[in-house]
Design a protein around this ligand. Structure first.
Ligand code: C2O
Length: 505
């Protein structure tokens, strides 16, 4: 089937935490944003009209591989030009992966102003279909009262030399608070939980209940029982929740922002958001028990159901050392290997398409895009050493990677000799996902196969760190892109960037 969505993005006034009215990016005059839904195998068309008036925009479909349609990945300055006010831009792609995703603007700093919503791909061959009766979607988010352009200006300024990130005012669930979710006793629900936050990870639990994790960032995993999970910005979990057999009480569904992320916790901040699992509307809603020590399920223990084994013998190891520092101008930036990402004028994909054989040379993309050129079907290993005392959620576009090793807090850099000398044993079937937490002064090692020609970003999904440069670029199989892509790119994509060099078919 073909699913067509007509989205006009424009400003609406909202007040989801009941504390403050503010302009928010809505679609067709509505906020929260509509859910995009499709079945595996469907074609999805989104006509985006930019009625914001004062800002350019784009839509990225977070977690979708966009195989053969890299130009639909929606990343302004990487796979397209930002869509200027007044323009219409069409996204048109086939969905091949089941699971729980989301969509958001990928113009720097924009999605926390409201332009983010759920994206669900249903699976006609869902191996877990017999285990549940109904589906529910729950989004988590942080919420700021000030608009992003104002906050970014303060964040990236000489008055903030340590790079302290703005702290949100509230946490939201389904873009509100104290939501009542009716359930029936003795049923099993497939709960899709999505953290659409700009910054805050959340601990998530349901009082009086446990659940079984079966899906992680769109990848089916073997069921794992959990009573609490931790979702960084951009992570998703699909869990099976079986309700109690009686309607004797209602229960709190809890989200709690991870305050370790905040340099300073402002007095009066409520890090929690509550919804209610309502068995009986005549019974009172409980007062949740607040907790301050959290023991979430460790996602590294999960195993994918497809049995995919560890990718061995990497063809390329990309080592990224993460640091925060200033460049002598008093502003705090984020760096990989001393490079802070700066958006190129010409989208990197268009550079790949227009530079012939030179496209295989990373230098052509400009030093500030921090590009690595990958050959086709290579095993790529990313080693990320977090030499910063903060937690970071890293996201790779176009792939789900194998999360092979994650060091504990303060474990220092990854030691490549540890495997050789036997002090580290790699899992045979590592967890796969598209966004992963790296611990403070710790490390992560992940692997993926470069089987998806395209220009794909790898970045911290904390929006503040995107703005301060914690982004790099993988240019995967540029010569294949030159052969396959130019004739597929519609004119409205190029119209968005008048005056830039165009690819030739
Ligand atoms: Cu969810 Cu580069 O993004």
């Amino acid at each position: 089937a073909t699913r067509v969505y007509n989205f006009t993005a424009g400003w609406v006034i909202t007040n989801p935490d009941g504390l403050f009215n503010r302009p928010t990016i809505g679609i067709n005059g509505q906020w929260p944003l509509p859910r995009i839904e499709a079945d595996v195998g469907d074609r999805v068309i989104v006509h985006l009209k930019n009625d914001l008036g004062n800002q350019s925009t784009s839509i990225h479909f977070h977690g979708l591989f966009m195989n053969g349609s890299n130009h639909m990945d929606g990343v302004a300055s990487t796979t397209q030009c930002p869509v200027p006010p007044g323009a219409i831009f069409t996204y048109d792609f086939n969905v091949t992966q089941p699971g729980t995703y989301w969509y958001h603007s990928h113009v720097d700093g924009q999605y926390p102003d409201g332009f983010r919503g759920p994206l669900v791909i249903h699976d006609p061959d869902n191996p877990y279909a017999d285990l549940y009766d109904e589906e529910l979607v729950l989004t988590l988010s942080d919420w700021y009262h000030e608009q992003m352009p104002t906050l970014i200006k303060k964040f990236l300024s000489v008055t903030n030399p340590t790079g302290a990130e703005p702290v949100p005012q509230s946490a939201l669930m389904n873009d509100t608070q104290n939501l009542q979710i009716p359930v029936q006793p003795g049923k099993t629900y497939f709960l899709r939980i999505i953290n659409m936050a700009a910054f805050a990870a959340q601990y998530f639990w349901i009082e009086g209940h446990t659940f079984r994790i079966i899906e992680v960032d769109g990848v089916y995993h073997e069921p794992a029982e959990a009573s609490m999970i931790y979702l960084t910005a951009a992570q998703r979990y699909g869990v099976l929740l079986t309700t109690k057999n009686d309607t004797g009480a209602n229960f709190a569904i809890m989200g709690s922002m991870d305050e370790d992320l905040f340099d300073k916790v402002p007095g009066g901040l409520n890090p929690n958001v509550t919804s209610f699992l309502v068995y009986d509307t005549d019974k009172p809603m409980p007062t949740p028990k607040l907790i301050d020590s959290f023991e979430p399920f460790d996602d590294m223990e999960l195993r994918p159901t497809d049995g995919e084994e560890l990718l061995e013998a990497p063809d390329l190891v990309v080592q990224l050392d993460l640091m925060m520092n200033n460049l002598g101008d008093g502003v705090n930036y984020a760096f990989f290997n001393g490079i802070t990402y700066v958006r190129p004028k010409v989208p990197s994909l268009y550079t790949a398409l227009t530079t012939g054989a030179l496209a295989a040379n990373a230098a052509v993309y400009g030093v500030n895009t921090h590009a690595y050129v990958l050959g086709h079907n290579e095993v790529v290993e990313i080693v990320l050493n977090n030499q910063d005392p903060g937690k970071h959620p890293f996201h790779l576009h176009g792939h789900a990677f194998q999360a092979v090793v994650r060091g504990a807090e303060d474990s220092g850099d990854y030691d490549p000799n540890a495997v050789k000398n036997g002090s580290l044993v790699l899992p045979r079937r590592p967890m796969r996902r598209d966004t992963i937490l790296v611990r403070p002064n710790g490390h992560i090692m992940m692997r993926f196969r470069s089987d998806n020609p395209g220009v794909w970003l790898f970045h911290c999904h904390i929006e503040w760190h995107v703005d301060s440069g914690l982004v790099m670029t993988f240019v995967e199989s540029p010569l294949i892109l030159q052969q396959t892509l130019p004739s597929r790119i519609p004119d409205d994509h190029f119209a968005a960037c008048a005056a830039l060099p165009m690819p030739t078919a």
